[in-house]
Design a protein around this ligand. Structure first.
Ligand code: IVH
Length: 667
């Protein structure tokens, strides 16, 4: 091959790879297969090695990462990178809007248009493109001087190395480097296994990843970047007059821009959009810490200008933090329904997201050891929605010698039986441990299980402590006299309890399976099992292969189901329950053939709560899932759908709206 020929092929491959990279990483809509892409990249790499004279610092091959640096160069920002004022309360945001109007000498009741964007919780980066080519990427630093992290930023797959359409002569863009929640988890797991300390949150992990001297290390972290501002632009084909338009221009040029940006007519709409993002943030692949509300018009922005540290035309409206630091006073162990001892950190109470947290899960002994958590440590504690708070990591720098390690007790703190090790878990060896029985009963009577009303914790404790109930089946043997012999139980309550017991006997197969309290079998898996095996005889005989063939059931669950039905004690309990009159009523009622056996996932806001539809669908024999997969039957799309929509389109899942769902439910 002569040089001219090689040059042409190299240039052509680069052009194609830039485009396919954009299709894959920015649009999430590739037009060639991964192996085709890899083959092209490999070919390019070979040619570049053979013809080093055609080196290009923005070749798609730089994503792999170049040579390590000894330190980062400093970069002075031509325009300072400012921070934002922030507010947590609606009142502060209304006040911001008022101030803007006052400054602009506008009437109180005039509307100002705002561009409202997710506030990404990552690391802020400015990138300069000259004549359409990425030239310098830098961190914010102190706002005036940052660090040159160009090499590392170039490894981020969705960052354009060249601008695809209408490149301006000069462009300074700002965006945020992020890690997805999944990738954050993966990195932390990897670090734990390598004996390294974990990152407290995706932001720290992203920052740590960008500040690696070896770009090959950065490349391994699967970072992504989302762009939200044009800091400076020269020589572009047209004037840009609003923030929302700037975001459109960025998208047009090939930059990844959020789908969740919204143009709002006034501050009320802006607040509403923040509330909406607050609702869906838990389903997003990456963390948001609020929204940024920006005056949309550049003309008005210019009039408003800046204070010494931040623009007057923008404010961050933050969600309540999900993380805080506090001290571990002690570590206790909790014996659960399956006899497993879970270490629980007793904390100095701390407010996280508006709730006072005084206990947090430490999961397993293994994790305590790997994370090196000690009693007396100051720790990061995290709370997300309804999930039990957890200890993320210790702040080792704050140790003062008073900390001491935690040891798992050798004997069960409830019954004194020996504690045995079972894989990563420690377990009470007594199958009749009263705590295990109490927890099993609490689970059995709970609303999503047998739904037996009136059996509170105190009552259950008495029943077990007095030896009246030795297995969940004994509940159905209770009579009025026995019940009235308990503390605080009068005739009326006793009668009510008996009525609840009797009413609970007619249940569904899925609820019954869930009530049995099989390890790893939650409400959802119980439904999968009921759907597949239809009756107890089939379920009891289920083989591992049959169980594994169900979408959503893996090794751990399959083994646990088989172990459960392999135990004589459990079979006896089931027999007694059936003898007591427990029976399954599903499938005899009206089931809707359009819904039965079909799976549904929701995205976006519907006019009624999702639980409302969930219950209806389930009543008709359908199933509601959380995530989109190839086997999904329907995606129900509401207003402002999330990323599930794209996924469903890709997987060719049928997409319906709320109205269509209602029609199906009617049939
Ligand atoms: S605009 C002049 N928009 O928040 C200020 N910032 O507290 C320009 N951030 O340093 C920033 N998402 O790291 C802007 N949609 C967004 C953002 C955003 C996250 C970060 C950014 C900035 C910090 C300010």
């Amino acid at each position: 091959m002569d040089k001219q020929e090689a040059k042409k092929i190299i240039e052509d491959l680069r052009k194609q790879l830039h485009y396919h990279n954009y299709r894959y990483y920015v649009l999430d809509d590739p037009v060639i297969s991964d192996s085709q892409y890899d083959a092209m990249l490999k070919r390019l790499k070979e040619l570049e090695e053979q013809f080093p004279e055609f080196y290009d610092e923005n070749s798609p091959t730089v994503r792999i990462g170049g040579k390590p640096l000894s330190k980062f160069k400093k970069v002075e920002h031509k325009i300072p990178m400012m921070s934002l004022d922030d507010g947590f309360e609606e009142g502060e945001i209304i006040e911001f809007d008022r101030k803007v109007k006052r400054f602009l000498k506008l009437d109180e009741d005039e509307d100002i248009e705002y561009c409202v964007e997710p506030k990404f919780d990552g690391l802020s980066i400015s990138i300069i493109y000259e004549n359409g080519k990425l030239s310098v990427a830098s961190t914010r630093g102190d706002g005036l001087t940052g660090e040159d992290v160009t090499q590392n930023i170039k490894t981020i797959r969705n960052v354009p190395l060249v601008i695809l359409n209408d490149p301006p002569q000069y462009l300074d863009v700002q965006g945020e480097v992020l890690l997805t929640k999944d990738e954050f988890k993966r990195i932390n797991e990897e670090r734990l296994n390598e004996g390294l300390s974990v990152f407290a949150n995706p932001r720290n992990a992203a920052a740590g990843s960008v500040r690696q001297l070896d770009p090959k290390e950065t490349a391994k972290r699967n970072l992504i970047m989302i762009f939200y501002a044009i800091r400076e632009i020269e020589g572009y084909k047209k004037e840009i007059s609003t923030q929302f338009e700037a975001l459109e221009v960025l998208k047009q040029m090939g930059f990844p821009v959020s789908d969740l940006n919204k143009l709002c007519r006034n501050i009320k709409e802006a607040i509403k959009h923040k509330e909406y993002l607050g609702l869906i943030r838990k389903d997003l692949p990456y963390e948001l810490d609020g929204v940024v509300i920006k005056v949309n018009s550049f003309e008005l922005q210019k009039k408003l200008g800046f204070t010494t540290k931040s623009p007057r035309w923008a404010i961050a409206f933050k969600f309540e933090a999900q993380q805080a630091t506090t001290k571990i006073r002690d570590i206790e162990v909790n014996v659960g329904r399956t006899g497993i001892l879970t270490p629980v950190a007793i904390l100095e109470p701390v407010k996280i997201g508006g709730v006072v947290v005084s206990k947090a899960s430490l999961h397993t002994m293994d994790e305590i050891e790997k994370k090196d958590i000690m009693i007396g440590d100051t720790v990061f504690v995290q709370r997300a929605g309804d999930v039990i708070p957890e200890v993320v990591k210790p702040v080792k720098e704050l140790r003062d010698g008073t900390q001491r390690p935690f040891k798992m007790p050798q004997f069960c703190p409830v019954c004194g039986a020996k504690v045995v090790k079972d894989g990563a878990y420690y377990r009470c060896s007594n199958i009749n441990c009263p705590k295990v029985l109490k927890e099993s009963i609490k689970h059995f009577v709970s609303r999503k299980a047998m739904n037996i009303e009136g059996f509170g914790d105190k009552l259950i404790e008495q029943l077990v402590d007095k030896g009246i109930v030795k297995s969940v089946a004994d509940l159905y043997k209770l009579n009025k006299d026995t019940l009235m012999g308990l503390d605080r139980v009068g005739e009326q309550l006793a009668e009510n309890l008996l009525t609840s017991l009797s009413r609970s006997k007619g249940t569904t197969f899925a609820k019954f399976i869930y009530a049995l309290g099989i390890r790893h079998v939650g409400e959802y898996v119980a439904k999968l099992l009921a759907e597949r095996f239809k009756n107890l005889d089939n379920l009891k005989k289920a083989t591992k292969e049959e169980l594994l063939s169900i979408d959503g059931i893996g090794e751990e669950i399959a083994d646990s189901v088989i172990a459960f039905f392999g135990e004589e004690k459990n079979l006896k309990m089931i027999e007694e329950l059936l003898k007591a009159g427990v029976h399954f009523e599903e499938d005899t009622g009206k089931v809707n053939p359009k819904i039965k056996g079909k799976s549904f996932v929701f995205t976006g806001t519907l006019s009624k709560p999702r639980d409302y539809y969930k219950e209806l669908i389930e009543k008709h024999g359908g199933i509601v899932r959380n995530s989109v997969s190839k086997n999904l039957d329907y995606l129900v799309v509401g207003e402002n759908p999330g990323s599930k929509l794209k996924k469903a389109q890709k997987a060719q899942v049928e997409i319906i709206n709320e109205e269509q769902l209602l029609k199906m439910l009617e049939a």
